[in-house]
Design a binder for this molecule. Sequence first.
Ligand code: HEM
Length: 493
Amino acid sequence: MEYLLGLSWAVFVAIFGGLVGLKWLLRSVNCWVYETNLGEKRFNLPPGDMGWPFIGNMWSFLRAFKSTNPDSFISSFVSRFGPIGLYKALMFGNPSVIVTVPEACKRVLTDDEYFKPGWPRSTLKLIGRKSFIGSITYEEHKRLRRLTSAPVNGHEALSIYLSYIEENVKLDLEKWAGMGQIEFLTELRRLTFRIIMYIFLSSESEQVMEALEKEYTTLNYGVRAMAINLPGFAYYKALKARRNLVAIFQSIVDERRKRRKEGQTTLKKDMMEALLEVQDENGRKLDDEEIIDVLVMYLNAGHESSGHITMWATLFLQEHPEVFQKAKAEQEAVIRNRPPTQKGLTLKEIRQMDYLSKVIDETLRVVTFSFVVFREAKADVNISGYTIPKGWKVLVWFRNVHFDPEIYPDPKKFNPSRWDGLTPKAGTFLPFGAGSRLCPGNDLAKLEIAIFLHYFLLDYKLERQNPGCGLMYLPHQRPKDNCLGKIKRVSQL
Ligand code: HEM
């Protein structure tokens, strides 16, 4: 009997030992594959863990971001390797360094000599290789960026769109108030999409717009999913959505080229016209693929983010009655202080909305719409004493910076007053990124959000169907029910 017990104990120990050994072996595979060819440099990599063969750390990333605590992904690095702020990992199929602290984030974002865009190949296939995040040269990016950001930045440009945005906000709020139950987020995305369509393509029919917006929703679900190109998977559907988007934009480009050939110059000077006209120093114009990829990227970046942040700002206001009251009082004062003949908002009034701009900044911080951006090291580079090898990806993890309790005490709390007298240090507030890739739509986004909140605060309320509804974090943070509820006019309550 004793012999049998001893034997089964030995078998148990052998199996257990075998499993531990196998785990160690499997967890070491990626280090051998990606680190041994680095020679001496491998001893100077940041600490971290390269995860399982093939999938790397994607399983833990997706598990965390599909749970109620997405931040557990980075916390597991911090608890295992210390609060260093640089961790090696294998993400989206690439050896990578995740950067989570302000100083290092700022360095990566602003150092164009050592870093270039490094988005996963699967993302490039969706957004377009000729878009800003694709394979265009540094100079080409600079040129196209100058051309496309001028119409959405600065006083003069934005004042052209103010009344269009205002009209659409007012009409939509009125319409929603008569609609009963709506998906608030879906409606906001339609609104912000209409605005960016107006800027880029003058206008298209409501039907075309709705079809395009639907394709974008599918596209975005694929952006941060596993790149599995098989029927039923999000990435497969997203690729199909991209093909549909390209086909729609191609027909718009064809139509515009035809009209220009026929000498029809009555069209409004929108961004599409600017893209058709622009030439480089050698007189070369953009081809269809270049124009379409820039459009796919801009129309996507230009509506998803503003739609989501507008929804979150509205929700936070609703959930914090004292903040709501203070913000509403500020908007009432705007109306009180204007000449009685004035119709509608002015840019000057919007700039003076001090408290509302804190509400917006706090929303941008708490939500961090773009929780990570991707770069690639152009050469071996040293940051904080660690080497990031040439060709490795760098994941700049904004979300962690915005939740750092040393910078933002009680970081998960929505508290617009924390911005009283606070000028954030470089690298500590990055909702729009930084450096040469800083979001060119930041002024436009803040304008849209402020106009919406102005009219909402003055006369509306949101009644959610499921106030305790859980959240999704991929591709972007949102309530699972897309914020189902009713918009009600306060004067009619
Ligand atoms: C609240 C709204 C928005 C947020 C939070 C946001 C966030 C960001 C961030 C973080 C980046 C930097 C990406 C990187 O470093 O790689 C970015 C880039 C970009 N954004 Fe926005 N964005 C918003 C609104 C807009 C709007 C309204 C537009 C369109 C007018 C826009 C167009 C772009 C474009 C084209 C880029 C790429 C810039 C480049 O690579 O040079 N964004 N955005």
